[in-house]
Design a protein around this ligand. Structure first.
Ligand code: ZN
Ligand code: ZN
Length: 236
């Protein structure tokens, strides 16, 4: 089933006439509520189906229960749930959201996450992965916080217990350097609530090596949290 048909029919948040964000074709606003996409592109937004790694949630191609990366290294965050594989229409839509600065897509992502949060982690408290401080200082829009704020308005309990040190950009580093860099980069913020809740679900947009989620989870566990899971839009 396509993700859009399962999403319900909330009132469209945009008005006619519009063009598909991905292919540029004109779109009838009645066709795909909630998203500026043509029906063909919307049909390409398919969540991961079939076997998943029991730890990182990535789609599995082997008969093992866990993927190679999770078998190779022990993780403290042992339940990560990516909704999509980061490819095709979904990677284009996430890039349009982040790099194309389209905050109007935040309610769509929040709707997908809300469904998973309410069914998989009822009663857990949500914490967004914090942005680089440079981003805050320069007033650059924070795409993960935008989703967290939407979820908060929909009644999910959200806290912001983490801060990130200024550092080199994760995506420019090697896999090993990413883990070391991430560990140094995330820590509890002075504004973190005391005590911290027992169970926290981290949210982020794209999960790649897992270094960021792992570093955030370690900081939370060291601060007294007993269980940390993560919900991400897509796994790369
Ligand atoms: Zn299209
Ligand atoms: Zn895995």
């Amino acid at each position: 089933m396509s993700i859009v048909s399962s999403f319900g029919s909330r009132a469209a948040f945009w008005a006619a006439p519009r063009f598909c964000l991905l292919c540029g074709l004109p779109v009838d606003p009645g066709e795909v509520p909630d998203l500026p996409l043509c029906p063909d592109c919307a049909a390409g937004l398919r969540p991961i189906e079939g076997p998943r790694c029991s730890i990182c949630g990535k789609a599995l191609i082997s008969e093992f229960d866990t993927c190679f990366a999770c078998r190779a290294g022990k993780r403290v965050c042992t339940h990560i749930f990516p909704i999509f594989d980061y490819r095709g229409e979904i990677s284009a839509l996430i890039r349009a959201y982040k790099e194309g600065h389209r905050p109007s897509l935040a309610p769509f992502w929040a709707g997908l996450m809300e469904k998973e949060l309410r069914s998989r982690w009822p009663g857990w408290v949500l914490a967004p992965v914090p942005p680089r401080p440079e981003k805050l200082a320069m007033h650059i829009w924070d795409q993960v916080e935008a989703i967290a704020s939407c979820l908060e308005r929909r009644g999910i309990e959200v806290i912001r217990p983490l801060k990130r040190a200024p550092s080199s950009q994760q995506k420019l580093l090697s896999r090993q350097d990413r883990s070391l860099n991430a560990l140094k980069s995330y820590s509890l913020s002075p504004q973190a609530p005391e005590p911290l809740p027992d169970r926290i679900v981290l949210i982020d947009d794209v999960y790649t090596t897992g270094a960021t989620i792992e570093a955030c989870a370690k900081a939370l566990l060291a601060g007294g949290v007993t269980q940390v899971s993560a919900l991400v839009l897509a796994a790369d």
